[in-house]
Design a protein around this ligand. Structure first.
Ligand SMILES: C[S@@+](CC[C@H](N)C(=O)[O-])C[C@H]1O[C@@H](n2cnc3c(N)ncnc32)[C@H](O)[C@@H]1O
Length: 231
């Protein structure tokens, strides 16, 4: 057999085994970043907004920390799931219409805006510009995001995430799922258009002193605090 054919077959077989192993030990790459968000909360905690709140996992965690928590999602099924999940948390509300409607309403003085696996669904430069206006001085913008792979560093992070994915899965979900098959994501998904380098440039341009970095779990994180002396 041609060595290249043999090598391609071996890679495909290894990828298949890895996929089956991941399916047996599933974990949420988005929820895994909730502790990172909770560690980065602002000092003042009146109003927090989670854009693209999905099924509301983060809303439930923010509710005890803030006077008011708003979840916003463009998808009606996601909003219904988030509303059900937070039904016993009266300071949480879930609004529709998506980011564009939310951003055009008169929401100023927000203390926290979060976006987990959502920014690549939106017009990133417009979001970064508007976030700066929506936040109160001292307010925080916390992003867990997806970027298109481009550079060698991006690919190295990808490989590191691939290798660690089953290990993290076994730690988080030690009991294997029987007859596991890869399942489609439970919410609307989209491939990212912007590379990490392009995102870094946009964050630097619109939100000076923001911090963006690759993480394991095929995600980057970005954080920014609106200066306390800004108007
Ligand atoms: C990959 S899911 C992430 C959900 C959730 N943040 C999580 O961590 O599991 C992306 C979410 O963004 C929502 N979304 C997409 N476009 C949106 C928009 N323009 N405004 C608000 N939400 C949007 C989708 O409906 C979906 O719930």
């Amino acid at each position: 057999m041609d060595p290249r054919t043999a090598s391609n077959r071996a890679i495909r077989a290894a990828a298949g085994r890895l996929q089956r192993l991941n399916a047996r030990h599933p974990w949420s790459h988005n929820d895994a970043f909730i502790p990172w968000i909770m560690r980065g909360l602002p000092e003042h905690r009146r109003t927090a907004v989670d854009i693209g709140c999905g099924r509301g996992e983060l809303l439930t965690r923010l509710a005890p920390e803030f006077d008011r928590v708003i979840g916003c999602d463009a998808d009606a099924d996601m909003r219904a799931a988030a509303a059900r999940r937070t039904v016993d948390q009266p300071n949480v509300s879930v609004t529709g219409g998506g980011w564009v409607d939310f951003a055009s309403d008169d929401h100023t003085g927000l203390d926290l805006i979060t976006m987990t696996a959502v920014l690549h669904h939106l017009d990133t430069p417009a979001v970064l510009e508007r976030v700066e206006q929506l936040l109160a001085p001292g307010g925080r913008f916390l992003v867990v995001g997806l970027a298109r792979r481009d550079t060698l560093i991006d690919h190295l992070w990808d490989y590191a995430s691939m290798v660690t994915n089953p290990i993290i899965g076994i730690v988080k979900h030690p009991r294997p799922v029987r007859d596991a098959a890869p399942t489609p994501p439970p919410f609307p998904v989209k491939e990212p258009d912007l590379t990490f380098t392009e995102l870094r440039r946009l964050f630097d341009q619109h939100l000076p002193d923001s911090r963006i970095r690759w993480r394991l779990g095929f995600r980057y994180t970005a954080e920014w605090t609106k200066p306390a002396d800004s108007v």
